[in-house]
Design a protein around this ligand. Structure first.
Ligand SMILES: [Zn+2]
Length: 246
């Protein structure tokens, strides 16, 4: 018990704010969370009050070069807020989840007095991300700037295509990935691709992303929400491929 108290006392999450509960009250995400973007008429759009709340929690900039990118970012945050991910206490080492993620979430669960993994990951992400902006000067994709806790997004090419649909679930896993950069070792070179977006082991951002995608996929309704489930499965497998250790 003493060891546990000592860990909690030193935890950076000791004074963390629970934004999830407030945001859930404002946004009222549907249960079960189904949001098949192939049929956007089949669900209610995110309310203005909810968009404002999500924007406030993550510091989403008012103006993006492409406002479509901003809408997709809000869709991702709504997915992060709404999707069930089960309980921390039932997490066991598996193909897509390993000790570093389980240990970290268990520490956060202590600090926030909750066993709800979705609640923890929303709060974890909001805690480490204070600004989200689009920045077409970076390579296509997402990036995290540790010094000012900023998540950069360059997805204009992908988003502005005529037939493009929001990938709310898949992008939600990237929000967790980027937030985790505040606390995990940086990426290393991928031997197969020659680019610097792999991790040595499961303690990196891809370990967090794989675990998040795995949990969201586990609770995804593959009949009603097929579009998002496919994205979650893809992100889960893609993240795992980028972890060099078994
Ligand atoms: Zn990364």
């Amino acid at each position: 018990m003493f060891a546990l108290l000592a860990i909690t006392a030193c935890s950076p999450y000791r004074d963390i704010e629970d934004r999830w509960t407030v945001a859930r009250e404002v946004c009222e995400p549907p249960t079960p969370f189904v949001r098949d973007d192939v049929h956007p008429d089949s669900y209610a759009p995110i309310t203005e009050a909810c968009r404002d709340q999500l924007a406030e929690d993550f510091g989403v900039a008012e103006q993006f070069d492409s406002m479509k990118v901003r809408a997709w970012v809000l869709e991702a945050l709504f997915n992060l807020l709404g999707r069930d991910q089960g309980k921390v206490s039932t997490l066991e080492v598996d193909e897509y989840v390993r000790e570093p993620f389980i240990d970290h979430m268990t520490e956060m669960a202590e600090a926030l007095h909750t066993d709800d993994l979705g609640q923890l990951l929303y709060n974890f992400s909001a805690f480490h991300i204070t600004l989200i902006i689009d920045d077409t000067s970076i390579d296509e994709g997402f990036r995290y700037v540790i010094a000012d806790q900023t998540m950069l997004v360059n997805k204009t090419l992908e988003v502005e295509q005529e037939t493009a649909l929001p990938k709310g679930s898949g992008w939600a896993t990237f929000v967790v990935h980027e937030a985790s950069h505040a606390v995990v070792p940086g990426h290393v070179m991928c031997p197969d691709w020659g680019t610097r977006d792999c991790d040595t082991d499961w303690s990196g951002a891809y370990g967090y992303q794989a675990a998040t995608a795995w949990r969201m996929y586990g609770f995804c309704d593959t009949e009603q929400d097929a579009y998002n489930c496919i994205h979650l499965r893809d992100e889960m497998e893609n993240a795992e491929e980028r972890i060099l250790a078994d």
